[in-house]
Write a protein that binds this ligand. Structure first.
Ligand SMILES: [Zn+2]
Length: 95
């Protein structure tokens, strides 16, 4: 066993960052984001990983700029869908 393997739980770190509901790779889809805890708690378990579309399906509405936290992660270049929610624009405008 290597030193790294003893430091980390291998199962946890080898899991792909897939959406719990639809199974897309959220890194490839460029949908890494952070929402306010109270918004997240309305639709997901604290340790769940979801894409924008599946989170909105659970929440029952479209995400809005005020749902996101003010962290650098949310300023990264996300998918068109994610940017449209961050900016409060429709997807055609955000693309
Ligand atoms: Zn999904």
């Amino acid at each position: 066993m290597t030193a790294v393997a003893t430091l980390f739980d291998a199962d946890e770190y080898l899991d792909l960052p897939v959406c719990k509901d639809c199974g897309i790779d959220t890194v490839n889809a460029r949908e890494w984001f952070m929402l306010r805890d109270d918004v997240w708690a309305q639709a997901a378990e604290s340790d769940a990983l979801l894409c924008i579309g599946c989170f909105e399906a659970r929440l029952g509405r479209r995400l809005a700029p005020g749902d996101f936290t003010d962290v650098p992660l949310n300023q990264c270049r996300g998918s068109v869908r994610m940017r449209s929610r961050l900016l409060g624009l429709d997807e055609a405008t955000a693309g």
